[in-house]
Design a protein around this ligand. Sequence first.
Ligand code: CA
Length: 423
Amino acid sequence: MISANNPEHKSWLEVPENSDFPIQNIPFGIISTEGDTKRVATRIGDQVIDLKVLFDLGYLADLHFGLEDFDTDTLNNMMRKGKEGTRNLRNRIAELFEEKNHEIRQNDNHLKQALIPVADVTMEMPIEIGDYTDFYSSKEHATNVGTMFRDPDNALLPNWLWIPVGYHGRSSSVIVSGVPVHRPKGQTKPSEDEDPVFGPCRLLDFELEMAFVTYDGKPMGDSISTREAEDFIFGMVLFNDWSARDIQKWEYVPLGPFLAKNFASSISPWIVTLDALEPYKVESPEQEPKVLPYLEFDGKKSYDINLEVYIKPDNGNENKVCSSNFKYMYWTMAQQLAHHTVNGCNVRRGDLMGSGTISGPTEDSYGSMLELSWKGTKPLKMDDGSERKFIQDNDTVIMRGYSESNGVRIGFGEVSTKVLPAK
Ligand code: CA
């Protein structure tokens, strides 16, 4: 067992009930505080732990990290140390803050430097993303979309059960939770017989996804197998892949998503390591037909992660509109990474891979407004009496996710994004 995952561990730091951040989590993020530069941090309960300070004070010695790994704008430097390096680091932090450990606990001066209340911290973009790839790996989502737009009897395209379908997205517009998004503008086609028009998107949607972040991959020309895949994955975030459905409908033939997708995608700020999620591994859905050999895998490769989406109207309350789970994904992350590299494509440290919209089997588990409102035919009621077919200006969309078993809850916090009117 990875020592940081020990469910018996308790921290001497207070952890509120139902916190996403018990001592078994130890996620990594980038923080800033007033008057200080960005640096690497972790979190236990409602305390943020400044890893630059811990390193400076000598608590992270012998782990082969340097100051440049923590005194930096992104996690990319520390990710150079790969799976073993970040695993050892996480284990060491868990050891330091375990209740039997007194190394730092009794040093008030050091604690004053290293601990910051979460309310006093700004969460920054945690990684410099090289390339962003988005998959389309939920069978329920692909079936729903195929049913709506093509043919209910042949909802899945012929390649879908053979290939973890994906496309290359855009990394420059991936933003961290808290950064607002302006409603995109673009070309849409009001009806079959009319010419296209230009204006603000009218069918703005979220996509409930998760994404994984890679370590250094292999040289170009080599491939990562499903067996090796987890060694190349640092961790996961919640991912809202914003979509302009009306722009998408007009532009996507023949080359697929473009301006309907590249205006913004939002991530949660704490990268939860694959190590921390290890206790929540579950079987993924059975795959029929049997996949080609390079996509076969042994053991459990999916994760039981509860996912929720809320819409908060301007000055209103949060309305839960979706409860899904990452385990519904048909294609696993290992298969996605194996497929991505099977042609020799190299992935790099800090690449981001989106799961694709995660829809479950029931109507309340659909991961987009397109499906929840069934193309706008079934509006959702908010508690203030208003209705939503898609996302309106000044709405905030919030996604949360967590795993829970044996009394330990590992969560992601949230990705929260307010939609501002078109510029
Ligand atoms: Ca997507």
